[in-house]
Design a protein around this ligand. Structure first.
Ligand SMILES: [Zn+2]
Ligand SMILES: [Zn+2]
Length: 504
Protein backbone atom coordinates (compact mmCIF):
# COMPACT_ATOMS: atom_id res chain seq x y z
CA UNK A 1 0.00 0.00 0.00
CA UNK A 2 2.74 2.39 0.94
CA UNK A 3 4.60 1.26 -2.13
CA UNK A 4 1.85 2.61 -4.27
CA UNK A 5 2.09 6.06 -2.80
CA UNK A 6 3.55 7.49 -5.92
CA UNK A 7 0.48 6.58 -7.93
CA UNK A 8 -2.00 7.91 -5.42
CA UNK A 9 -1.33 11.58 -5.68
CA UNK A 10 -4.83 12.78 -4.54
CA UNK A 11 -4.67 10.53 -1.48
CA UNK A 12 -1.27 11.90 -0.67
CA UNK A 13 -2.47 15.48 -0.92
CA UNK A 14 -5.19 14.73 1.60
CA UNK A 15 -2.64 13.09 3.86
CA UNK A 16 -0.34 16.07 3.57
CA UNK A 17 -3.20 18.39 4.48
CA UNK A 18 -4.18 16.27 7.47
CA UNK A 19 -0.58 16.06 8.57
CA UNK A 20 -0.01 19.81 8.37
CA UNK A 21 -3.31 20.39 10.18
CA UNK A 22 -2.25 18.10 13.03
CA UNK A 23 1.14 19.74 13.36
CA UNK A 24 -0.50 23.16 13.44
CA UNK A 25 -2.85 21.97 16.18
CA UNK A 26 0.18 20.63 18.00
CA UNK A 27 1.81 24.07 17.90
CA UNK A 28 -1.36 25.87 19.01
CA UNK A 29 -1.61 23.85 22.21
CA UNK A 30 2.01 24.29 23.22
CA UNK A 31 3.32 21.84 25.75
CA UNK A 32 0.36 19.63 26.59
CA UNK A 33 -0.93 16.12 26.26
CA UNK A 34 -3.16 17.24 23.38
CA UNK A 35 -0.09 18.50 21.52
CA UNK A 36 1.54 15.11 21.84
CA UNK A 37 -1.54 13.42 20.39
CA UNK A 38 -1.72 15.88 17.50
CA UNK A 39 2.01 15.46 16.83
CA UNK A 40 1.53 11.69 16.72
CA UNK A 41 -1.32 12.06 14.23
CA UNK A 42 0.76 14.51 12.21
CA UNK A 43 3.47 11.86 11.85
CA UNK A 44 0.88 9.17 11.20
CA UNK A 45 -0.54 11.05 8.23
CA UNK A 46 2.82 11.96 6.71
CA UNK A 47 2.73 10.17 3.33
CA UNK A 48 6.41 9.29 3.38
CA UNK A 49 7.29 5.74 2.44
CA UNK A 50 9.42 4.80 5.49
CA UNK A 51 6.78 6.05 7.91
CA UNK A 52 3.90 4.40 6.07
CA UNK A 53 5.83 1.15 5.81
CA UNK A 54 6.47 1.25 9.51
CA UNK A 55 2.80 1.92 10.25
CA UNK A 56 1.74 -0.90 7.92
CA UNK A 57 3.50 -3.37 10.18
CA UNK A 58 1.35 -2.50 13.16
CA UNK A 59 -1.93 -1.20 11.84
CA UNK A 60 -4.80 -3.21 10.37
CA UNK A 61 -4.85 -3.31 6.61
CA UNK A 62 -8.43 -2.11 6.25
CA UNK A 63 -8.56 1.59 5.34
CA UNK A 64 -11.87 2.21 7.10
CA UNK A 65 -10.59 0.73 10.33
CA UNK A 66 -7.40 2.82 10.12
CA UNK A 67 -9.39 5.98 9.51
CA UNK A 68 -11.62 5.16 12.45
CA UNK A 69 -8.67 4.67 14.79
CA UNK A 70 -7.12 7.95 13.65
CA UNK A 71 -10.45 9.71 14.16
CA UNK A 72 -10.85 8.35 17.68
CA UNK A 73 -7.34 9.48 18.58
CA UNK A 74 -8.13 12.91 17.12
CA UNK A 75 -11.32 13.20 19.19
CA UNK A 76 -9.38 12.26 22.32
CA UNK A 77 -6.86 14.99 21.44
CA UNK A 78 -9.64 17.56 21.10
CA UNK A 79 -11.16 16.55 24.42
CA UNK A 80 -7.95 16.97 26.38
CA UNK A 81 -6.94 20.16 24.57
CA UNK A 82 -6.74 23.14 26.92
CA UNK A 83 -8.89 26.15 26.07
CA UNK A 84 -6.92 28.70 24.11
CA UNK A 85 -7.51 32.13 25.60
CA UNK A 86 -7.98 34.88 23.12
CA UNK A 87 -6.81 38.18 24.45
CA UNK A 88 -9.54 40.73 24.72
CA UNK A 89 -8.32 43.93 23.14
CA UNK A 90 -7.89 46.96 25.32
CA UNK A 91 -11.03 48.60 24.08
CA UNK A 92 -13.12 47.41 26.87
CA UNK A 93 -16.62 46.28 26.92
CA UNK A 94 -18.16 48.96 28.99
CA UNK A 95 -20.96 46.79 30.22
CA UNK A 96 -19.69 46.44 33.71
CA UNK A 97 -22.12 44.31 35.55
CA UNK A 98 -22.33 45.58 39.03
CA UNK A 99 -24.80 42.83 39.77
CA UNK A 100 -28.50 43.27 39.91
CA UNK A 101 -28.86 45.50 42.86
CA UNK A 102 -30.89 48.51 43.68
CA UNK A 103 -29.35 51.06 41.39
CA UNK A 104 -32.72 51.92 39.96
CA UNK A 105 -33.83 53.92 42.90
CA UNK A 106 -36.72 56.19 42.31
CA UNK A 107 -36.22 58.01 45.56
CA UNK A 108 -32.62 59.08 45.43
CA UNK A 109 -32.41 60.84 48.74
CA UNK A 110 -30.82 57.68 50.01
CA UNK A 111 -29.63 54.71 48.14
CA UNK A 112 -28.66 51.40 49.57
CA UNK A 113 -27.21 48.34 48.08
CA UNK A 114 -25.16 45.29 48.76
CA UNK A 115 -21.52 46.02 49.24
CA UNK A 116 -19.14 44.22 46.98
CA UNK A 117 -16.61 41.85 48.32
CA UNK A 118 -14.25 44.55 49.37
CA UNK A 119 -12.75 42.43 52.04
CA UNK A 120 -12.66 39.21 50.10
CA UNK A 121 -9.38 39.79 48.35
CA UNK A 122 -9.47 36.34 46.78
CA UNK A 123 -13.09 35.88 45.97
CA UNK A 124 -14.24 36.08 42.43
CA UNK A 125 -16.51 38.81 41.10
CA UNK A 126 -20.25 38.26 41.02
CA UNK A 127 -21.22 35.57 38.60
CA UNK A 128 -23.10 38.01 36.38
CA UNK A 129 -19.82 39.54 35.39
CA UNK A 130 -19.29 37.42 32.36
CA UNK A 131 -18.46 40.16 29.89
CA UNK A 132 -15.21 41.21 31.46
CA UNK A 133 -12.05 39.25 30.83
CA UNK A 134 -10.40 37.37 33.63
CA UNK A 135 -9.05 39.84 36.11
CA UNK A 136 -5.87 39.64 38.04
CA UNK A 137 -7.65 38.78 41.26
CA UNK A 138 -5.79 35.55 41.63
CA UNK A 139 -2.36 37.10 41.37
CA UNK A 140 -0.76 38.05 44.61
CA UNK A 141 -0.66 41.78 45.08
CA UNK A 142 2.79 43.15 45.70
CA UNK A 143 1.69 44.45 49.05
CA UNK A 144 0.03 42.37 51.66
CA UNK A 145 -3.30 43.88 52.44
CA UNK A 146 -4.31 43.74 56.04
CA UNK A 147 -6.91 41.11 56.70
CA UNK A 148 -10.33 42.57 57.10
CA UNK A 149 -12.69 41.60 59.78
CA UNK A 150 -16.35 42.10 60.20
CA UNK A 151 -16.79 45.38 62.01
CA UNK A 152 -17.74 45.03 65.67
CA UNK A 153 -21.36 45.46 66.63
CA UNK A 154 -21.10 49.05 67.80
CA UNK A 155 -18.90 50.07 64.90
CA UNK A 156 -19.67 52.88 62.46
CA UNK A 157 -18.21 54.18 59.25
CA UNK A 158 -18.95 57.37 57.30
CA UNK A 159 -17.38 59.32 54.49
CA UNK A 160 -18.35 62.96 54.11
CA UNK A 161 -17.56 64.30 50.69
CA UNK A 162 -17.55 67.97 51.61
CA UNK A 163 -18.64 70.41 48.93
CA UNK A 164 -15.59 72.60 48.50
CA UNK A 165 -16.33 73.67 44.94
CA UNK A 166 -13.63 72.93 42.39
CA UNK A 167 -11.50 71.03 44.90
CA UNK A 168 -11.45 67.91 47.05
CA UNK A 169 -12.20 67.26 50.71
CA UNK A 170 -13.39 64.06 52.29
CA UNK A 171 -13.78 63.34 55.97
CA UNK A 172 -13.66 59.68 56.92
CA UNK A 173 -15.03 58.72 60.32
CA UNK A 174 -14.75 55.26 61.79
CA UNK A 175 -15.30 54.10 65.35
CA UNK A 176 -14.53 57.52 66.79
CA UNK A 177 -11.42 57.97 64.65
CA UNK A 178 -11.19 60.64 61.97
CA UNK A 179 -9.23 61.12 58.79
CA UNK A 180 -9.36 64.11 56.48
CA UNK A 181 -8.39 63.43 52.88
CA UNK A 182 -7.68 66.82 51.29
CA UNK A 183 -9.15 70.09 52.47
CA UNK A 184 -10.24 72.18 49.52
CA UNK A 185 -8.82 75.53 48.43
CA UNK A 186 -7.42 78.24 50.69
CA UNK A 187 -10.86 79.86 50.54
CA UNK A 188 -12.34 76.75 52.10
CA UNK A 189 -10.28 77.05 55.28
CA UNK A 190 -13.16 78.55 57.26
CA UNK A 191 -15.58 76.04 55.78
CA UNK A 192 -13.35 73.18 56.92
CA UNK A 193 -12.97 74.77 60.35
CA UNK A 194 -16.74 75.07 60.71
CA UNK A 195 -17.40 71.61 59.34
CA UNK A 196 -15.13 69.95 61.88
CA UNK A 197 -16.53 72.10 64.65
CA UNK A 198 -20.13 71.27 63.74
CA UNK A 199 -19.29 67.58 63.74
CA UNK A 200 -17.30 67.84 66.92
CA UNK A 201 -14.10 66.51 65.38
CA UNK A 202 -11.41 68.02 67.55
CA UNK A 203 -8.77 65.46 66.61
CA UNK A 204 -7.86 64.13 63.20
CA UNK A 205 -5.98 60.86 63.50
CA UNK A 206 -4.82 61.25 59.94
CA UNK A 207 -4.63 64.16 57.56
CA UNK A 208 -3.84 63.27 53.98
CA UNK A 209 -2.86 65.84 51.42
CA UNK A 210 -3.13 63.66 48.33
CA UNK A 211 -0.80 66.03 46.46
CA UNK A 212 0.56 69.54 46.73
CA UNK A 213 -1.97 71.39 44.56
CA UNK A 214 -3.87 74.14 46.29
CA UNK A 215 -7.30 72.68 45.61
CA UNK A 216 -6.29 69.73 47.79
CA UNK A 217 -4.16 71.15 50.58
CA UNK A 218 -5.30 74.80 50.56
CA UNK A 219 -7.98 74.52 53.24
CA UNK A 220 -6.19 72.04 55.48
CA UNK A 221 -4.71 74.91 57.51
CA UNK A 222 -8.28 75.86 58.50
CA UNK A 223 -9.02 72.30 59.56
CA UNK A 224 -5.82 72.20 61.61
CA UNK A 225 -6.81 75.43 63.31
CA UNK A 226 -9.72 73.56 64.81
CA UNK A 227 -8.46 70.01 65.17
CA UNK A 228 -5.23 68.49 66.40
CA UNK A 229 -3.59 65.89 64.21
CA UNK A 230 -1.88 62.55 64.66
CA UNK A 231 -0.21 61.78 61.37
CA UNK A 232 -0.01 63.92 58.23
CA UNK A 233 0.65 62.18 54.94
CA UNK A 234 1.66 63.95 51.76
CA UNK A 235 3.80 62.83 48.81
CA UNK A 236 6.12 65.83 49.27
CA UNK A 237 7.40 67.73 52.28
CA UNK A 238 7.90 71.01 50.48
CA UNK A 239 6.20 72.73 47.58
CA UNK A 240 6.75 76.26 46.49
CA UNK A 241 3.36 77.83 47.07
CA UNK A 242 1.96 79.98 49.83
CA UNK A 243 -0.89 77.51 50.32
CA UNK A 244 1.52 74.65 50.93
CA UNK A 245 3.58 76.80 53.27
CA UNK A 246 0.43 77.52 55.28
CA UNK A 247 -0.31 73.80 55.48
CA UNK A 248 3.18 73.03 56.75
CA UNK A 249 3.11 75.79 59.35
CA UNK A 250 -0.38 74.80 60.53
CA UNK A 251 0.99 71.29 61.02
CA UNK A 252 4.03 72.51 62.89
CA UNK A 253 1.80 74.50 65.25
CA UNK A 254 0.29 71.13 66.10
CA UNK A 255 3.76 69.68 66.54
CA UNK A 256 3.52 67.49 63.47
CA UNK A 257 5.54 67.34 60.30
CA UNK A 258 4.69 65.74 57.00
CA UNK A 259 5.32 62.03 56.65
CA UNK A 260 5.85 60.73 53.15
CA UNK A 261 4.23 57.31 53.39
CA UNK A 262 5.63 54.35 51.55
CA UNK A 263 3.73 52.77 48.73
CA UNK A 264 1.94 49.65 49.84
CA UNK A 265 1.87 50.64 53.48
CA UNK A 266 -1.26 50.10 55.51
CA UNK A 267 -2.78 51.60 58.58
CA UNK A 268 -6.04 51.32 60.40
CA UNK A 269 -8.72 53.84 61.19
CA UNK A 270 -10.87 52.23 63.84
CA UNK A 271 -11.94 48.93 62.33
CA UNK A 272 -11.34 50.17 58.79
CA UNK A 273 -8.11 49.29 57.06
CA UNK A 274 -6.42 51.70 54.69
CA UNK A 275 -3.79 50.84 52.09
CA UNK A 276 -1.71 53.27 50.08
CA UNK A 277 -1.84 51.80 46.59
CA UNK A 278 0.23 54.44 44.85
CA UNK A 279 2.39 57.42 45.45
CA UNK A 280 4.99 58.52 42.93
CA UNK A 281 7.15 61.03 44.71
CA UNK A 282 9.40 61.42 41.70
CA UNK A 283 6.70 62.34 39.17
CA UNK A 284 7.22 65.77 37.64
CA UNK A 285 3.48 66.27 37.50
CA UNK A 286 2.10 66.88 41.00
CA UNK A 287 -1.20 65.25 39.99
CA UNK A 288 0.60 61.98 39.43
CA UNK A 289 2.28 62.10 42.81
CA UNK A 290 -1.21 61.70 44.30
CA UNK A 291 -1.60 59.32 47.18
CA UNK A 292 -4.07 56.66 46.07
CA UNK A 293 -5.83 55.20 49.06
CA UNK A 294 -8.16 52.24 49.37
CA UNK A 295 -10.19 51.86 52.51
CA UNK A 296 -11.85 48.59 53.38
CA UNK A 297 -14.60 48.47 55.95
CA UNK A 298 -16.23 45.08 56.31
CA UNK A 299 -17.40 44.05 52.88
CA UNK A 300 -17.44 47.60 51.56
CA UNK A 301 -14.53 49.49 50.11
CA UNK A 302 -13.66 53.02 49.06
CA UNK A 303 -11.07 54.26 46.60
CA UNK A 304 -9.57 57.74 46.70
CA UNK A 305 -7.25 58.72 43.90
CA UNK A 306 -6.64 62.45 44.29
CA UNK A 307 -5.82 63.85 40.87
CA UNK A 308 -3.92 60.78 39.69
CA UNK A 309 -4.13 60.36 35.95
CA UNK A 310 -4.40 57.31 33.76
CA UNK A 311 -0.66 56.65 33.82
CA UNK A 312 -0.96 56.08 37.56
CA UNK A 313 -4.14 54.08 37.10
CA UNK A 314 -2.33 51.86 34.63
CA UNK A 315 0.62 51.32 36.94
CA UNK A 316 -1.72 50.30 39.74
CA UNK A 317 -3.51 47.94 37.36
CA UNK A 318 -0.16 46.49 36.34
CA UNK A 319 0.77 45.93 39.97
CA UNK A 320 -2.13 43.51 40.34
CA UNK A 321 -3.31 45.15 43.54
CA UNK A 322 -6.93 44.64 44.45
CA UNK A 323 -8.73 47.86 43.55
CA UNK A 324 -12.28 46.63 43.37
CA UNK A 325 -14.29 49.11 45.37
CA UNK A 326 -17.88 49.79 46.27
CA UNK A 327 -17.38 53.54 46.06
CA UNK A 328 -14.99 55.36 43.77
CA UNK A 329 -14.09 58.95 44.45
CA UNK A 330 -13.64 59.89 40.80
CA UNK A 331 -10.10 60.99 40.01
CA UNK A 332 -9.13 64.57 39.16
CA UNK A 333 -12.63 66.05 39.51
CA UNK A 334 -13.89 64.04 36.55
CA UNK A 335 -11.16 65.14 34.16
CA UNK A 336 -10.74 63.14 30.99
CA UNK A 337 -7.15 62.54 32.07
CA UNK A 338 -8.36 60.05 34.65
CA UNK A 339 -10.95 57.29 35.14
CA UNK A 340 -9.96 55.31 32.06
CA UNK A 341 -12.16 52.48 30.83
CA UNK A 342 -9.76 49.82 32.02
CA UNK A 343 -9.56 51.45 35.43
CA UNK A 344 -13.30 51.61 35.77
CA UNK A 345 -13.62 48.06 34.58
CA UNK A 346 -11.34 46.79 37.33
CA UNK A 347 -12.59 49.03 40.13
CA UNK A 348 -16.15 48.03 39.28
CA UNK A 349 -17.64 50.64 41.58
CA UNK A 350 -21.32 50.63 42.34
CA UNK A 351 -21.13 54.27 43.33
CA UNK A 352 -19.01 57.19 42.32
CA UNK A 353 -18.60 60.63 43.78
CA UNK A 354 -17.29 63.58 41.78
CA UNK A 355 -15.97 66.52 43.75
CA UNK A 356 -16.24 69.44 41.40
CA UNK A 357 -17.16 73.14 41.26
CA UNK A 358 -20.23 74.40 39.50
CA UNK A 359 -19.43 76.05 36.18
CA UNK A 360 -15.70 75.51 36.58
CA UNK A 361 -13.45 76.63 33.74
CA UNK A 362 -11.84 73.21 33.36
CA UNK A 363 -15.00 71.66 31.97
CA UNK A 364 -14.99 69.13 34.82
CA UNK A 365 -16.53 66.67 34.97
CA UNK A 366 -16.01 65.85 31.32
CA UNK A 367 -18.65 64.26 29.18
CA UNK A 368 -16.30 61.36 28.52
CA UNK A 369 -15.96 60.43 32.17
CA UNK A 370 -19.66 60.91 32.79
CA UNK A 371 -20.58 58.69 29.89
CA UNK A 372 -18.15 56.02 31.06
CA UNK A 373 -19.75 56.05 34.48
CA UNK A 374 -23.21 56.02 32.99
CA UNK A 375 -22.37 53.18 30.62
CA UNK A 376 -20.96 51.21 33.51
CA UNK A 377 -24.18 51.73 35.47
CA UNK A 378 -22.41 53.50 38.29
CA UNK A 379 -24.74 55.47 40.51
CA UNK A 380 -22.97 58.81 40.57
CA UNK A 381 -23.10 61.78 42.93
CA UNK A 382 -21.70 65.27 42.32
CA UNK A 383 -20.87 67.91 44.88
CA UNK A 384 -21.57 70.72 42.39
CA UNK A 385 -25.16 69.58 42.07
CA UNK A 386 -25.83 67.91 45.39
CA UNK A 387 -23.65 69.74 47.91
CA UNK A 388 -22.20 67.69 50.72
CA UNK A 389 -22.51 63.98 50.07
CA UNK A 390 -22.47 61.61 53.01
CA UNK A 391 -21.94 57.92 52.60
CA UNK A 392 -22.57 55.57 55.50
CA UNK A 393 -21.46 51.95 55.52
CA UNK A 394 -22.60 49.25 57.92
CA UNK A 395 -19.93 46.92 56.61
CA UNK A 396 -22.36 45.28 54.19
CA UNK A 397 -24.29 48.09 52.57
CA UNK A 398 -23.61 51.70 51.82
CA UNK A 399 -26.18 54.47 52.01
CA UNK A 400 -25.88 57.92 50.51
CA UNK A 401 -27.42 61.14 51.71
CA UNK A 402 -27.05 64.41 49.86
CA UNK A 403 -27.60 68.04 50.78
CA UNK A 404 -29.85 68.87 47.90
CA UNK A 405 -31.03 67.79 44.44
CA UNK A 406 -31.23 64.14 45.37
CA UNK A 407 -32.83 63.39 42.02
CA UNK A 408 -30.45 65.52 39.97
CA UNK A 409 -29.63 64.23 36.52
CA UNK A 410 -25.93 63.89 37.26
CA UNK A 411 -25.14 62.71 33.75
CA UNK A 412 -27.26 65.30 32.01
CA UNK A 413 -25.61 68.52 33.07
CA UNK A 414 -22.42 68.14 31.11
CA UNK A 415 -19.65 70.41 32.23
CA UNK A 416 -21.14 71.11 35.61
CA UNK A 417 -23.64 73.62 34.29
CA UNK A 418 -26.77 71.71 34.90
CA UNK A 419 -29.89 73.15 36.30
CA UNK A 420 -30.11 73.80 39.95
CA UNK A 421 -33.17 74.11 42.05
CA UNK A 422 -33.63 77.90 42.11
CA UNK A 423 -34.46 78.03 45.79
CA UNK A 424 -31.17 76.43 46.78
CA UNK A 425 -28.75 78.85 48.25
CA UNK A 426 -25.19 78.51 47.16
CA UNK A 427 -22.38 78.19 49.58
CA UNK A 428 -20.83 81.63 49.92
CA UNK A 429 -17.41 80.11 50.20
CA UNK A 430 -17.51 78.31 46.88
CA UNK A 431 -14.42 79.68 45.22
CA UNK A 432 -15.42 79.30 41.59
CA UNK A 433 -11.87 79.64 40.44
CA UNK A 434 -11.28 82.84 42.32
CA UNK A 435 -7.69 81.95 42.79
CA UNK A 436 -7.02 82.15 39.10
CA UNK A 437 -9.09 85.08 37.96
CA UNK A 438 -7.22 85.86 34.79
CA UNK A 439 -7.11 82.37 33.43
CA UNK A 440 -10.11 81.28 31.48
CA UNK A 441 -8.85 78.22 29.72
CA UNK A 442 -6.01 76.12 30.97
CA UNK A 443 -4.92 77.19 34.40
CA UNK A 444 -1.31 76.48 35.05
CA UNK A 445 -1.43 74.59 38.24
CA UNK A 446 -3.83 71.79 38.02
CA UNK A 447 -4.65 70.65 34.59
CA UNK A 448 -2.72 68.76 32.03
CA UNK A 449 -5.60 67.32 30.14
CA UNK A 450 -4.14 67.89 26.70
CA UNK A 451 -1.24 65.58 26.98
CA UNK A 452 -3.27 62.43 26.57
CA UNK A 453 -3.29 62.52 22.77
CA UNK A 454 -5.79 63.66 20.23
CA UNK A 455 -9.48 63.42 20.94
CA UNK A 456 -11.11 61.13 18.41
CA UNK A 457 -14.69 60.02 18.24
CA UNK A 458 -15.20 56.37 17.42
CA UNK A 459 -18.15 54.66 15.85
CA UNK A 460 -18.00 51.25 17.45
CA UNK A 461 -20.48 49.92 14.92
CA UNK A 462 -18.83 51.02 11.66
CA UNK A 463 -15.31 50.93 13.15
CA UNK A 464 -14.58 54.41 11.75
CA UNK A 465 -12.89 57.15 13.72
CA UNK A 466 -13.43 60.88 13.36
CA UNK A 467 -12.19 64.17 14.63
CA UNK A 468 -14.50 65.52 17.29
CA UNK A 469 -15.51 68.38 14.98
CA UNK A 470 -16.48 66.12 12.07
CA UNK A 471 -20.14 66.47 11.17
CA UNK A 472 -20.54 62.74 10.75
CA UNK A 473 -19.15 62.23 14.24
CA UNK A 474 -22.00 64.29 15.58
CA UNK A 475 -24.53 61.99 13.93
CA UNK A 476 -23.25 58.83 15.62
CA UNK A 477 -25.90 57.21 17.75
CA UNK A 478 -25.10 57.37 21.45
CA UNK A 479 -24.84 53.64 21.80
CA UNK A 480 -22.17 53.42 19.10
CA UNK A 481 -20.27 56.54 20.03
CA UNK A 482 -17.10 56.33 22.05
CA UNK A 483 -14.49 58.94 22.85
CA UNK A 484 -10.87 58.07 22.50
CA UNK A 485 -7.72 59.93 23.42
CA UNK A 486 -4.58 58.75 21.77
CA UNK A 487 -2.98 58.35 18.39
CA UNK A 488 -4.40 57.33 15.03
CA UNK A 489 -1.88 54.49 14.95
CA UNK A 490 -3.39 53.06 18.11
CA UNK A 491 -6.83 53.26 16.53
CA UNK A 492 -5.70 51.61 13.33
CA UNK A 493 -4.07 48.88 15.38
CA UNK A 494 -7.42 48.45 17.11
CA UNK A 495 -9.07 47.83 13.74
CA UNK A 496 -10.52 51.29 13.20
CA UNK A 497 -10.22 53.19 9.93
CA UNK A 498 -10.22 56.97 9.43
CA UNK A 499 -13.36 58.77 8.33
CA UNK A 500 -13.31 59.86 4.68
CA UNK A 501 -14.70 63.30 5.44
CA UNK A 502 -12.56 64.67 8.24
CA UNK A 503 -9.57 62.46 7.32
CA UNK A 504 -8.16 62.21 10.83
ZN1 LIG B 1 -7.47 68.78 42.02
ZN1 LIG C 1 -4.04 68.55 41.16
Amino acid sequence: MANKNGKKAPGNIIKWILSVFMFTACLVYGVSFASAIFALLGVYFLPLAPIQNFIDKFMPKKKVLRGLIAFVIFVVGCCVAPQVETDTPDIPDVTISTEATTNSTTDATTDTTQGTEGSGEQTTPPTTNTTTPPTTETTTPPTTQPPTTTPPANSSFEVHFIDVGQADAALVLCDGKAMLIDGGNVEDSSLLYTYLKNHNISHLDYVIGTHAHEDHIGGLAGALNYASVGTAYCPVKTYDTKAFGNFVSALSKRGVSITVPSKGSSFTLGSASCTILALNTDSSDPNNTSIVLRIVYGDTSFLFTGDAERVVEQSILNSGANIKSTVLKVGHHGSESSTSYVWLREVMPQYAVISVGKGNSYGHPTEEVLSRLRDADVKTFRTDMQGDIICVSDGKNVTFTVDKNANADVFGGIGGNSTQTPTETQKPTEPEETQKPTETQKPTEDDNDDKQGTHYVLNTSTKKFHYESCHSAKKIADKNRQDFYGTREELIAMGYSPCGNCDP
